[in-house]
Design a protein around this ligand. Structure first.
Ligand code: HEM
Length: 158
């Protein structure tokens, strides 16, 4: 009984951390794409733009790394507790989860490439708006798929 209560708290904490990290990752991309980048372009010279961009990047990179780590850890725990341990009906849960995981890996790769300094990804950073839009669209897909996963799991719907 005690064990069950502990497990519920763990699932609840894991879910809350998962959602917070998802909010930071996708919410940050929405803010930068829709408000920050256009406002900077409108008001700053190219030199100032680059300085502000570097300052923002340095502050945000820690949040990106922490969110990616949290999403992988809590997502893995969610999957273990909610799907594997309960022997969820495999179809269509696992294929939908696979698509969600691929979309999440795309977001992690893109967010790290955009906030990092690796010369290999400089072409991506030159087209930030395009890649941020891709992150936002992939994030919307993930949120939709996560809702479907929840319904499929809890109602057993096919
Ligand atoms: C940008 C990345 C991600 C976003 C935006 C995201 C978002 C979400 C959201 C909104 C939920 C619904 C939470 C709820 O209603 O309780 C959820 C659930 C879940 N997530 Fe993620 N997630 C991401 C990455 C991951 C990763 C990397 C994994 C696995 C390693 C994962 C595994 C899961 C699982 C198993 C659930 C529970 C689904 C169910 O109800 O059966 N997520 N996620």
């Amino acid at each position: 009984m005690m064990l069950l209560a502990d497990l519920d708290v763990a699932v609840w904490v894991s879910r809350a951390l998962h959602l917070l990290a998802a909010m930071a990752t996708i919410g940050g991309a929405i803010f930068v794409r829709i408000a920050l980048l256009p406002a900077m372009k409108q008001t700053l010279s190219a030199d100032e733009n680059e300085r502000v961009h570097q300052a923002v990047r340095k502050r945000w990179i820690g949040i990106v790394h922490a969110s990616v780590t949290l999403l992988l850890l809590t997502g893995g725990l969610n999957y273990w507790w909610l799907a594997l341990k309960t022997h969820v009906k495999p179809m269509p849960y696992h294929p939908i989860f696979g698509v969600k995981l691929l979309a999440a890996l795309f977001i992690f790769f893109t967010a790290i490439a955009l906030t990092g300094t690796s010369p290999g990804f400089s072409r991506m950073r030159e087209r930030k708006s395009v890649w941020l839009t891709a992150i936002i669209l992939a994030g919307a897909l993930i949120v939709l798929l996560s809702g479907v996963l929840n319904q499929v799991r809890t109602t057993g719907a096919a």
